[in-house]
Design a protein around this ligand. Sequence first.
Ligand code: AMP
Ligand code: ZN
Length: 103
Amino acid sequence: MDDCIFCKITKGEIPSAKVFEDDKIIAFNDINPKARVHILVVPKKHIESVKHLERADKEMIGELFLAAKKIAEEKNLQGYKLVINVGREGGQLVDHLHLHLLS
Ligand code: AMP
Ligand code: ZN
């Protein structure tokens, strides 16, 4: 967790192009965008992946999707994809849960 890049971004120890932040969620532009809009929506709490979710996290997961929706509305996106990679075999490279918002 100490060397987690998204925890460091959450704490402001690594710079990011932030597009949204509240007490539970932070969102910033992906450094290597795969689409014209490619934003990562990240819970501030360190959870490794969907595999590591517990029932106690269900409110946070709701906040994650609502933040994505809010960002999409603010950016006036007509359509978009929300993607979560799970595990190395699922294409997950950063072991801190995040939602890709692509448009
Ligand atoms: P995933 O493969 O689902 O784990 O996605 C990780 C994403 O994080 C990739 O799309 C990377 O381009 C992105 N990424 C890695 N480091 C940074 C960073 N410092 N700032 C913004 N995005 C990053
Ligand atoms: Zn982390």
